[in-house]
Design a protein around this ligand. Structure first.
Ligand SMILES: [Zn+2]
Length: 75
């Protein structure tokens, strides 16, 4: 499992697909911060709201599909 750098041990990162675009994102289940790569860091995050409003959609988890916990990448 991958934990959110903002939520410490309380937020888990999930891989998900935005239904309307098919784009893969990585999202924290506690603070709704979003990453566009599995390289989760403090600097490269977006808010779920800004991602979805850019698509003309609401920031709802029901807009996502294929939601699975992001496994720790072995580099
Ligand atoms: Zn978080």
């Amino acid at each position: 499992m991958t934990v959110c750098p903002f939520c410490q041990n309380n937020g888990l990162i999930y891989k998900a697909v935005i239904k309307v675009t098919g784009d893969i994102i990585y999202i924290c289940d506690k603070c709704d911060l979003v990453w566009k790569t599995p390289n989760i860091s403090l600097e490269n995050c977006y808010t779920f709201e800004e991602i979805m409003s850019g698509l003309g959609r609401k920031n709802l988890w029901s807009e996502l599909s294929d939601i699975t916990p992001l496994q720790k990448e072995i580099l």
